[in-house]
Ligand binder design. Structure first.
Ligand code: FEO
Length: 167
């Protein structure tokens, strides 16, 4: 079923939002690398790659439904952060914004009776629960570590394991 113009435009905005998230996580990865946290940098690189996969899911969906992909402009991400904690706080804020956007897309699909979009959006609703939970868990771990060298090193190694798997 061909996608209507309203849904097409909303999906295009979501593609851009996911690519912006990829862009932002890449910048966070660079900050971690420069700060000496190579494991956290690898984790952010994996997270950035995952956001590109998210963008491509919407991209392919629009094309499969005879829509038009129109990419929006990306803005320059922050390159400076106050602390390791502030980077992950920034990430959690971003994930909450993405969750709200997916929620709005779901509402729009219902309003437009665009039921063909619901299986894809269901996937994203579940994914966003996981995304927010992951960032919250890391922030909890960082709060426990409280900046002490040994737990921070352990966390960096642990998060780096994800990067190694994703690469
Ligand atoms: Fe694709 Fe992390 O939201």
């Amino acid at each position: 079923m061909q996608i209507n113009e309203t849904m097409n435009a909303a999906f295009n905005d979501q593609i851009t939002m996911e690519l912006q998230a990829a862009h932002n996580y890449l910048a966070m990865g660079a900050w971690f690398e420069a700060a000496g946290f190579s494991g956290m940098a690898a984790w952010m690189h994996a997270q950035s790659a995952e956001e590109t996969v998210h963008a491509m899911k919407f991209y392919q969906f629009v094309l499969d439904r005879d829509g038009t992909v129109a990419l929006g402009a990306l803005s320059a991400p922050s390159a400076e952060f106050d602390s390791v904690v502030s980077v992950f706080e920034n990430g959690l804020t971003q994930e909450r914004a993405v969750s709200a956007s997916i929620n709005n897309l779901y509402g729009l699909a219902m309003e437009q009776k665009d039921f063909a979009s619901l299986p894809l959006l269901d996937w994203f609703v579940t994914e966003q629960i996981e995304e927010e939970a992951t960032f919250s868990q890391i922030l909890d771990d960082l709060a426990l570590a409280d900046g002490a060298a040994q737990p921070m090193l352990f966390l960096d190694r642990e998060l780096g394991a994800r990067g190694a798997v994703a690469e």
